[in-house]
Ligand binder design. Structure first.
Ligand SMILES: Nc1ncnc2c1ncn2[C@@H]1O[C@H](COP(=O)(O)OP(=O)(O)OP(=O)(O)O)[C@@H](O)[C@H]1O
Ligand SMILES: [Mg+2]
Length: 793
């Protein structure tokens, strides 16, 4: 049977030969497997013609079957260089010595079998796009030449026409052997900063990444760009992948922090034999205790600087550069990243604007907790996709049977919701809350925690076989990339919710009204999660309703809407999640539905006292963002990261387009309520035996129990009650304070001021000693606050 050249190459690779050797052999001897084997085993001295540029890094004479060759230059004492400039220098030296590299360029360029070259182009064939003269010039004008080479890689591998300026800066820093912290907006293209060095040098890049799903996503993408990659996780099932990675079989190795720490020795060996161009630490905010997603294992990455520096490894001339990348780091976090990773004192910080001009931010207020709000809040979404449904056909309920079993959710459609609307009837709402408090004995804030909250899935959670991703031949590419036709014009929506239960509830609701929606949270079966990922990437879904477990760093171009249905944990988390929209540069919407009745709670996590205080501060920053109706949303967000927002306003957010609503002074109400709360807590703290519970209208033990963690409605309704009792005292004595009998919040303000205080009070209830002042300061501060958007529009 006649085999094509690609098939012969495949066969050779299956036999255990290195792909570069296989390619080289097939080029030299044609499509005969036997001849190719002989050619490789003989060390192919016969022709001397073809030598890919990669052979500058790997000398073939010492090769053994099934393993990548040990470069002869790595005999002990030789220095591995970490940059392209050094790479060029060695090119030049070899040329002067009559090395066959010059021929290699000619041979490659003159190869008539263009398709084959494209399909299986080995790492450094990019250099074949330059003439010998260019390369030689490159030695003296290396800086411009590396850019040319990069351009060639961009065009040929990624289909991209130019580098972004931050990418250029990050790459120049790497070329100068320096550590680098890259801060660039979500979706701006940080990955290229660490992917290019691998292709440029033929050395290996090690990328530390926090999530298996993210690594998987990136590896798959790289294989489409004909770049071999693998990912290693602590739950790895296939040991061979790690073994092969440590033998230099993949250009890019994605690895979780736990694993990279374990692999220090093999990586040192790899650095000596093949060269490691760079350690990239992606999602570097995970390093910082003050970041929104601290992962203790990331802190241990300081071992990289210690173990891969020239002073420890005699074969290195320079420290292997570290590049840390993130889209969400405040100034404090940036500093912490550099210090914690022990990055060099000369670390360059490449900072670009965090501003994403195509993201249209807005805040709406809603009672997200109640299913009765779904119909109103998701109407636009339903309309949008229903239009499309008419042309596209059937609905698809993607929630798996298993996921239904997992929840005791009883579905109500919008018409059958009987929960009392808080806005209309505060008393009922209070009863409702009281019943809740009473029934489970938990405070309001705890109730929301239940066991429903999600943390980021750990790297092991995704349960994907840790695989290898070899360069995908051209003919296979089309099968894997969804065609433009498949893409729905209106794009995809991700709805982020605070609890697992809501992810299922809302997905179910949306499926019920005919949308293609799926729930995603870490408690759902792995099979289901993989399916959701797949369907999301293939545009088979319209909406994914997810906890924060979904999507970090995932690069999907056509996400048109990110809805946060409930408070995020921090503005960093919010901005990162919102940043998954509009990665194609087209307009995309990021809506936060803020529920003032619902105290944001911290997801469970081990935190020190300081970290807890910081976490609460981050929560309150979110609240302030939600409540702020006078400042451009984008401005608040980018300034939060320490950036001077030069544009002043984005012109597309709700505040910019609709203008700030009328301001109401609620000082009077605020002062009064503030006094009441203070008096109450004064009494509780002093544990006065004579605490006049009657003053609160609290006569029985049930109410006493409630009063341990009262909510504001509780205060207000008791005051009101006292006012309305016949023959009531002329004065209301509340915790020793005398309140005017006639007091009642004004109608215009009561609804939302009580909510603000509700929120504050819940925060207060969650606080330990020592943080109270902070809460009360804030309380004071918020006396002048604008009405939330929902009240005026
Ligand atoms: N120079 C460029 N020109 C055009 N497109 C680019 C360029 N660089 C990267 N991209 C594209 O930008 C998209 C986002 O890239 P990437 O996933 O690296 O973003 P990111 O900065 O890592 O985002 P995140 O912070 O969410 O992880 C990719 O689809 C990539 O192809
Ligand atoms: Mg990224």
């Amino acid at each position: 049977m006649d085999l094509s050249s690609d098939q012969v190459v495949m066969k050779l690779v299956e036999m255990g030969f290195e792909k570069l050797d296989a390619l080289e052999a097939v080029k030299a001897v044609g499509n005969s497997c036997d001849d190719a084997v002989e050619y490789i085993l003989k060390g192919h001295q016969t022709t001397g013609g073809f030598k890919p540029a990669s052979s500058l890094c790997f000398t073939r004479s010492t090769k053994t079957l099934g393993k990548r060759a040990m470069p002869s230059s790595f005999s002990s004492g030789s220095k591995r260089q970490s940059s392209l400039l050094d790479h060029f220098r060695s090119v030049d030296q070899k040329k002067k010595k009559g090395d066959s590299f010059g021929n290699a360029v000619v041979v490659t360029v003159s190869d008539s079998s263009e398709e084959q070259r494209k399909s299986f182009a080995p790492v450094c064939l990019e250099s074949s796009f330059f003439t010998e003269t260019e390369l030689r010039n490159g030695c003296s004008e290396a800086s411009s030449t590396w850019e040319k080479r990069v351009m060639s890689i961009l065009r040929n591998r990624f289909g991209i026409s130019s580098l972004r300026s931050f990418q250029r800066e990050a790459l120049s820093t790497w070329i100068a052997h320096k550590d680098c912290l890259v801060l660039a907006a979500t979706g701006s293209g940080k990955s290229l900063c660490f992917q290019i060095p691998a292709i440029l040098t033929g050395k290996i890049v090690v990328v530390i990444s926090p999530l298996i799903s993210l690594m998987h996503d990136q590896c798959l993408k790289l294989s489409r760009h004909r770049i071999s990659a693998c990912f290693l996780g602590s739950g790895q099932l296939d040991n061979r992948i790690e073994e092969k990675a440590m033998q230099g079989m993949y250009q890019i190795i994605y690895v979780c922090p736990e694993t990279v720490v374990r692999l220090i020795k093999p990586l040192q060996k790899l650095a000596k034999t093949y060269g490691i161009a760079l350690f990239a630490i992606d999602e570097a905010h995970c390093v910082s205790k003050w970041g929104h997603d601290f992962r203790p294992q990331y802190r241990r990455l300081s071992v990289l600087r210690e173990n891969f520096c020239a002073s420890n490894l005699e074969f290195l001339e320079y420290d292997i550069p570290i590049m840390a990348l993130t889209a969400t780091a405040t100034v404090h976090v940036q500093k912490d990243i550099i210090e914690s990773l022990h990055m060099s004192k000369e670390t360059t910080t490449v900072l670009t604007s965090f501003f994403r001009p195509n993201l249209q931010f807005s805040v709406k207020h809603s009672r997200t907790k109640f299913a009765s709000s779904y119909a109103k809040d998701f109407q636009n979404l339903i309309d949008l996709y229903s239009e499309n449904k008419k042309s596209n056909g059937k609905k698809l309920a993607v929630i798996s049977r298993e996921s239904e079993k997992q929840t005791d959710f009883v579905y109500h459609d919008a018409e059958n919701i009987h929960e009392t609307d808080y806005d209309e009837d505060e008393e009922d709402q209070e009863d409702f809350l009281a019943k809740k408090n009473n029934s489970n004995g938990k405070g309001l804030s705890e109730e929301y925690l239940e066991d429903e909250t999600d943390t980021f899935q750990s790297v092991d959670d995704w349960d994907v076989a840790c695989g290898e991703f070899l360069e995908m031949p051209h003919e296979l590419l089309d099968m894997h990339i969804p065609s433009e036709k498949q893409k729905d014009l209106e794009g995809l929506t991700i709805i982020y919710v605070p609890t697992r239960k809501e992810s299922v509830n809302i997905a179910k609701y949306l499926c019920g009204v005919g949308l293609k929606a799926a729930a995603y949270n870490a408690s759902l079966p792995k099979k289901h999660l993989r399916q959701v990922h797949q369907d999301f990437h293939d545009n088979k879904l319209q909406v994914v309703v997810a906890t924060i477990a979904f999507g970090m760093g995932i690069d999907k171009k056509n996400v048109r809407k990110i809805i946060h249905y409930g408070w995020p944990q921090s503005l960093e988390a919010y901005y990162q999640e919102a940043g998954r929209a509009g990665r194609d540069g087209e307009l995309a919407e990021c809506v936060l539905y803020a529920d003032l009745l619902r105290a944001p709670t911290l997801l469970p996590s081990r935190r020190s006292k300081d970290q807890t205080a910081q976490a609460y501060k981050m929560l309150s920053d979110c609240f302030r963002y939600g409540m702020n109706t006078s400042q451009c949303r984008a401005k608040i967000l980018v300034e939060y990261f320490g950036e001077d927002f030069s544009s002043k306003k984005c012109n597309i957010c709700d505040v910019c387009t609709e203008g700030p609503p009328e301001q109401v002074n609620v000082r009077e109400e605020a002062n009064l309520l503030f006094q009441v709360i203070t008096a109450f807590h004064f009494q509780v703290e002093n544990n006065s035996e004579h605490a006049p519970y009657e003053d609160y209208g609290l006569g029985n033990s049930k109410q006493k129990k409630l009063s341990n963690k009262p909510n504001l409605m509780f205060f207000i309704s008791r005051i009101r009650e006292q006012c309305s009792v016949k023959n009531s005292r002329k004065q209301i004595v509340f915790g020793g304070k005398v309140l005017p009998v006639s007091w009642k919040p004004r109608d215009t303000s009561k609804r939302w001021i009580t909510r603000i205080f509700e929120w504050r009070l819940n925060l207060y209830n969650q606080q330990k000693e020592g943080t109270k002042n902070w809460i009360f300061k804030m309380t004071n501060h918020s006396m002048f606050i604008r009405k939330p958007t929902c009240c005026s529009r």
